[in-house]
Design a binder for this molecule. Structure first.
Ligand SMILES: C=CC1=C(C)c2cc3[nH]c(cc4nc(cc5[nH]c(cc1n2)c(C)c5CCC(=O)O)C(CCC(=O)O)=C4C)c(C)c3C=C
Ligand SMILES: [Fe+2]
Ligand SMILES: [Fe+2]
Length: 347
């Protein structure tokens, strides 16, 4: 980038040569600890639970609670849960392993477009958003499409990815042009991918569930009252999936999981619904988690282990957790669809 200036300006001979002309696609998921042990868990939880988009409680109240009891007890308890789902072959959490595979497969899909560079980052932990934006810039990406990996927008997830990306962009002299992919909660390609994945998973079971639960991650109810649209997007995804599968409202229920703290969260709660169904005589239950693009602690452990235990403890007999889209052909089709649509005008 120095040659055309050289004749007009006294450009120093050591002026850096900047690569340009490429387009980055940065998939961003939530993040995960480096190991399921105390200190890595504590570092991860501290970063996560210090985010004001996640915990909106006044800092004066929250700081002593977080640094006192929560960061003393939760790393151990959550670490034990992570240990039960840890991918030993890859020595990483499933969320990281799956996000990496999704990224590699997406890069292969776009291999014929040499200007595109596909990468991933995590909002909390590694690889950080800042480090991957820098890596894309170093490879010559002067345009970057950021794809928060959340089909349903929430301030606690999507907005905090954008905040973090722009926080880093604030430090750059030569910023790339940036686009943020919008959520895809009602996109027909996504709904059909979910429906097809559920149909395949159900066909593999040796029982027919009486009820299918669609469990979404919850947020405090107050976030909805304050104007966060997440609840409405999750409900719409759930309804569209039910309609695509042709299930009646009796057989398909939408619930919210992962309550944290004493405050009321979005209802109905997954665990209470599972318990209620088992107690009311339902013997065969399946759960799917349409809001998660990759299996993780919340799906594999909380749904697949804890809720299975709740169901069977209360009289249920057959339980199945149906996997997320992950890096399946259906899941990759959704990512390819979103990225292709959002790159229009750039490629
Ligand atoms: C305490 C507040 C939390 C809010 C609000 C919240 C919203 C939220 N989270 C996800 C997706 C994921 N969360 C995951 C783990 C996780 N979530 C919280 C807390 C809140 N989440 C905590 C403390 C944890 C860590 C585990 C634990 O200690 O319980 C994960 C899994 C990450 C992994 O490594 O596997 C995901 C994914 C969404 C979509 C969401 C709001 C819509
Ligand atoms: Fe969460
Ligand atoms: Fe959880």
């Amino acid at each position: 980038m120095t040659s055309h200036l050289a004749s007009a300006l006294p450009v120093p001979s050591d002026h850096p040569v900047a690569a340009s002309g490429k387009i980055g696609v940065l998939l961003v998921n939530l993040g995960t600890p480096d190991a399921p042990t105390y200190w890595p868990m504590r570092r991860y939880l501290k970063e996560f639970l210090s985010d004001r988009r996640v915990i909106e409680v006044s800092r004066l109240l929250w700081w002593p609670l977080l640094n006192g009891i929560i960061l003393t007890t939760r790393p151990g308890k959550s670490g034990a849960k992570y240990a039960s789902i840890w991918d030993k072959a890859e020595n990483a959490s499933p969320l990281l392993v799956i996000t990496r595979r999704q990224t590699e497969k997406l890069a292969q899909t776009f291999a014929a477009e040499p200007r595109l560079v596909v990468d991933f980052a995590m909002r909390y932990g590694k690889p950080s958003i800042a480090s991957r934006i820098d890596a894309l810039r170093a490879k010559g990406c002067d345009r970057i499409l950021i794809v928060p990996l959340y089909p349903q927008y929430a301030a606690a997830t999507t907005a905090t990815v954008c905040d973090k990306a722009f926080e880093h962009l604030m430090t750059l002299r030569w910023q790339p042009a940036v686009r943020i992919a919008p959520q895809w909660h009602d996109d027909p390609v996504y709904i059909e991918a979910l429906a097809s994945s559920v149909r395949q998973s159900l066909a593999r079971l040796d029982f027919e569930p009486e009820v299918l639960l669609a469990s979404f991650h919850g947020v405090p109810k107050n976030y909805l009252i304050q104007g966060d649209p997440y609840y409405c997007f999750a409900m719409k995804t759930g309804r569209l999936l039910r309609e695509a599968l042709g299930f009646s409202e009796d057989r398909f229920k939408i619930t919210f999981q992962s309550r944290f703290g004493k405050e009321e969260w979005l209802k109905p709660y997954t665990d209470e619904t599972v318990e209620g169904l088992a107690k009311s005589g339902v013997k065969r239950l399946a759960i799917v988690a349409p809001g998660f693009v990759a299996d993780c602690l919340e799906t594999l452990e909380e749904l697949g282990e804890e809720n299975k235990e709740i169901f069977q403890h209360n009289g249920g007999e057959h339980f199945a957790y149906l996997p997320c889209l992950n890096d399946s052909p259906e899941g990759q089709r959704v990512l390819e669809h979103v990225v292709t649509r959002e790159l229009q005008g750039w490629i």
